[in-house]
Ligand binder design. Structure first.
Ligand SMILES: [Zn+2]
Length: 484
């Protein structure tokens, strides 16, 4: 049996000025055939899962295609998308005949002229393979589920957890179900339900935590081969944006549709109730100052994982104004400032302008006389089984505040980002990170308190105010009663 696997993924915030091109992929993650490291990345996990299955089964031959991931950003350059897409399609053409094509996708990639990149890619894969080959993919739940994707593929499986710590498990499920389908032991049929809502749905908190447990139990009881919650991605202005339920049954479409609808309406009843308490900056800092022990402040809307720059300074300006000390910030994206720190060298005291350069809404740049405490070329942080490149990083210090400046945009996943620059995070009073919820599992164990801060910018976090031009369906909260 021959399986082709590859990965092409990014998450496109169509409102973001951080335009994406092929170099964004080369900088974040790019592995041509045979060069994928032994550790998975969020979206290339199917390749690693294929290797695992092949290691246990000599009759299974895996043909590896290219894997590419770009940090979430703005609209993808058309030529860059076509270049990366066609690279994979050519590899597939050369690999034929295969019995399955398993891709690691994100599902919210938008390029100039392509509102549904994944639908386009899957359709072109189908055109090469013909109708008999099993086509499957893993998806990030922050994706758009389009009819074109459903029509072109047999198996779509989204990560269940947000934080997405289960990406390897979902990739193994994909391979396992694909092998069963190729052998004719199952006939997967996908059924979906449009929940007509868009919200942020962390599964580390209730009610989503219990909802995901319930879905796992349903799978274990055999109610379906796979159940995915597509959370949707509100920063993507495309017609299929929104929350959806996806059920894969063993050729029981009516049962699948009924289950998708029942679960979908249950999820709809959670709308507006899924987020932990978000605080404005002053409330958050008041709360933080009352806590003994390490406080983790999450700047939820300056999260590069949502496609924004990650160079916002709104919260740090308030921290400076309050003269707080024992503060470590991880991270602020500023490749220009990093270059200057590297040129000055460790120990140098320099006048530095950093942060706040990418847009008008996320705070002004900060000017300080700072000491360059640590320089790390090609620093990485961990996220579950994967290593996330932060690029060259500089740790600067001023007024009892340490700031890690990074040159690869990336969200704050894990305390290892502080250790990479020589900071013991549990020894600081206040850790400021940029992440909506992926930070939670890693940081909660060392925090006396986790405080979510809504600084109001720059992520388009309020769907009722976002200027959608392509959305035609009624969708809560834009339409208060979308099912009427
Ligand atoms: Zn996601």
């Amino acid at each position: 049996m021959r399986i082709f696997t590859a990965s092409l993924a990014t998450e496109t915030n169509t409102f973001s000025p951080m335009y994406t091109d092929v170099h964004s992929f080369y900088q974040s993650f790019y592995a041509p055939p045979g060069q994928h490291p032994a550790t998975p990345t969020l979206c290339s996990a199917p390749l690693i899962a294929c290797r695992e299955f092949a290691a246990m089964d000599a009759s299974l031959q895996v043909i590896e295609g290219s894997c590419a991931w770009a940090e979430p950003g703005g609209l993808l350059n058309r030529h860059s998308y076509e270049l990366l897409r066609d690279e994979i399609l050519q590899q597939l053409q050369q690999a034929m005949p295969v019995q399955a094509v398993l891709l690691g996708l994100h599902g919210a990639m938008v390029a100039q002229g392509y509102d549904d990149c994944e639908g386009d890619l899957l359709s072109r894969v189908r055109a090469i393979t013909g109708p008999e080959v099993i086509i499957g993919a893993t998806l990030d739940p922050h994706s758009h589920l389009t009819p074109q994707r459903l029509a072109a593929s047999d198996l779509l499986i989204a990560f269940k957890e947000f934080p997405h710590l289960d990406f390897m498990q979902r990739a193994r499920e994909l391979v396992q179900l694909a092998l069963l389908a190729v052998r004719g032991e199952i006939k997967p049929v996908m059924s979906s339900f449009d929940c007509r809502m868009i919200d942020v749905l962390p599964t580390s908190h209730e009610p989503m935590k219990s909802f995901i447990s319930k879905i796992r139990e349903l799978e274990q009881q055999g109610a379906a081969l796979s159940i995915s919650v597509i959370h949707g991605f509100m920063a993507g202005d495309v017609s299929d944006m929104g929350t959806k339920l996806l059920v894969i049954t063993d050729n029981k479409p009516a049962e699948g549709e009924a289950l998708a609808q029942a679960l979908g309406m249950e999820l709809f009843s959670f709308r507006g109730k899924t987020l932990p308490q978000f605080n404005d900056i002053n409330t958050a800092l008041d709360l933080a100052q009352q806590v003994a022990g390490t406080v983790v402040l999450a700047d939820v809307w300056d999260n590069p994982g949502g496609g924004v720059a990650g160079d916002g300074t709104l919260i740090l300006h308030s921290i400076i104004a309050r003269k707080l000390t024992g503060v470590a910030v991880g991270t602020i994206w500023d490749p220009m400032a990093v270059k200057l720190c590297f040129a000055a060298g460790e120990g140098a005291v320099i006048a530095l302008r950093f942060g706040g350069k990418s847009g008008a809404t996320a705070g002004a740049p900060i000017d300080k006389t700072a000491t360059v405490r640590c320089l790390a070329a090609g620093a990485v942080q961990q996220f579950a089984d994967s290593s996330v490149p932060m690029g060259d990083c500089a740790l600067i210090e001023f007024d009892g505040i340490e700031v890690i400046l990074n040159s690869n945009r990336c969200q704050s996943f894990d305390p290892s980002l502080f250790r990479a620059l020589g900071i013991a995070p549990q020894q600081r009073k206040l850790l400021l990170v940029k992440s909506t919820n992926h930070f939670y599992q890693g940081f909660a164990p060392l925090a006396a308190k986790v405080i979510y801060v809504d600084a109001g910018a720059p992520y388009p976090s309020d769907p009722t105010r976002n200027k959608y031009t392509k959305l035609r369906r009624p969708l809560w909260p834009i339409t208060p009663r979308p099912f009427d």
